[in-house]
Design a protein around this ligand. Structure first.
Ligand code: NAD
Length: 356
């Protein structure tokens, strides 16, 4: 049985004893109504497992939204706030978010702001949400194509990890989560990274323990710096360029929409290249990273005129203070350096190398 992990102010619990814990919290807190936020997919695939495990005689109301990143906006929040209001939601209501990172991000934000904040619980159902989005208290929505522009940091009562939900998750969504697991190894644990080097050799029977370690790494980093003033920025490795690429592909009709992890995978290769050029990584380490990631993720095609708008989007990146583009770079595998300024030229070179 997986031990619970203590996060800041809440526990991350696993499967069977996790549901006991959940039911305990519901019992103890005397909630007035339990709202469950789901999307069309988690409603179909996850609620049939989840609902019978919820042992309560409280009123349960299910709120279902369309699935997808494009729903992660303030309009959807207004809809959810309105439904909560119509259904008599009050300050003693509980919101349980059953879904991927879109659901946990919107749900956390809606709960944090409804009536100045009601309790919420995350039940992540994608790999990405398990190892990343549900851990750390960040939540929020996009503003147009600007990712996570609006939001707050506020922690849930509980995060419950049940990897059984992954059985219905499409392969590309599994890969998306895998990108963040690779990142966890790269920024914090070289031994853990090694386990992914031969991805064909990964023992999927042991995948639960890999997920567990990933959550530990993310949580350890967040615990040291919950409000992201320093070390938490390590988690942005691959995300400075990754987010810009993701936003650009999202707003550009001629581009296929990239999954978060697909964009981050490219971002990690580009930022590893930059780390190498800045003499923080050896050539061998860079090649190892590039090959490992390319073995799992499809190469993304960038046209000549994609670069300028991507660079412009970088300026909006929330990590930038005083208008400078700050990167997190690898300082050997398993270590990072934050607040690294990178010249545009080197960014352009990284794209050129990615293509080659
Ligand atoms: P998602 O929530 O859109 O889920 C991906 C797809 O899988 C959706 O279509 C969803 O309906 C479907 N799905 C979910 N669970 C399923 C299941 N068990 N079986 C079948 N289908 C299922 O996306 P995601 O990749 O989980 O999360 C991405 C989001 O997370 C982004 O918005 C990103 O910004 C956010 N995020 C937040 C943080 C944070 O710290 N708050 C960290 C990383 C990412």
């Amino acid at each position: 049985m997986m031990q619970s992990i203590a996060a800041n102010g809440y526990p991350i619990v696993f499967s069977e004893n996790g549901y006991e814990y959940l039911n305990d919290i519901i019992e103890k807190n005397k909630y007035s109504t339990i709202f469950i936020l789901s999307d069309t997919n988690t409603n179909e695939y996850c609620l049939p497992r989840f609902l019978p495990l919820l042992a309560t005689n409280k009123t349960i109301e299910i709120i279902e939204i369309e699935s997808g990143e494009t729903e992660k906006n303030i309009t959807t929040c207004v809809e959810i706030w309105s439904i909560l209001t119509e259904l008599g939601g009050d300050r003693k209501s509980l919101l349980i978010n059953v879904g991927g990172g879109v659901i946990t991000d919107i749900g956390g934000f809606v709960a944090s702001t409804f009536k100045r904040g009601i309790d919420f619980i995350h039940i992540p159902t994608t790999l990405l949400a398990m190892v990343d989005a549900s851990v750390g208290g960040k939540n929020g929505v996009d503003l147009g194509s600007l990712k996570n522009q609006i939001g707050v940091i506020n922690v849930p009562k509980l995060v419950l990890i049940d990897t059984d939900y992954l059985s219905t998750l499409p392969q590309n969504e599994m890969r998306s989560g895998l990108a963040e697991m690779l990142k966890h190894g790269l920024i914090a644990d070289a031994d853990y990274w090694t386990k992914f080097k031969v991805l064909n050799g990964i023992d999927f029977a042991d995948f639960d323990s890999l997920i567990y370690r990933s959550i530990e790494i993310k949580n350890e980093i967040v615990m040291q710096d919950p409000t992201e003033n320093g070390i938490r920025m390590a988690l942005n490795f691959g995300h400075t360029l990754g987010h810009a690429i993701e936003s650009y592909f999202l707003e550009n009709e001629n581009k296929k929409t990239l999954l978060h992890g697909e964009a981050i995978a490219v971002g990690m290769i580009l930022e590893s290249y930059i780390s190498w050029q800045k003499k923080l990584l050896s050539a061998a380490e860079y090649i190892e990273i590039k090959n490992t990631i390319n073995a799992v993720f499809e190469t993304i095609v960038f046209e000549e005129n994609d670069l300028k708008p991507i660079l412009e989007l970088l300026i909006h990146d929330k990590k930038n203070e005083y208008g400078k583009i700050q990167f997190v770079l690898l300082d050997g595998i398993g270590n990072i350096k934050i607040d690294q300024e990178v010249e545009n030229e080197l960014i352009i070179k990284s794209f050129a190398d990615y293509k080659s």
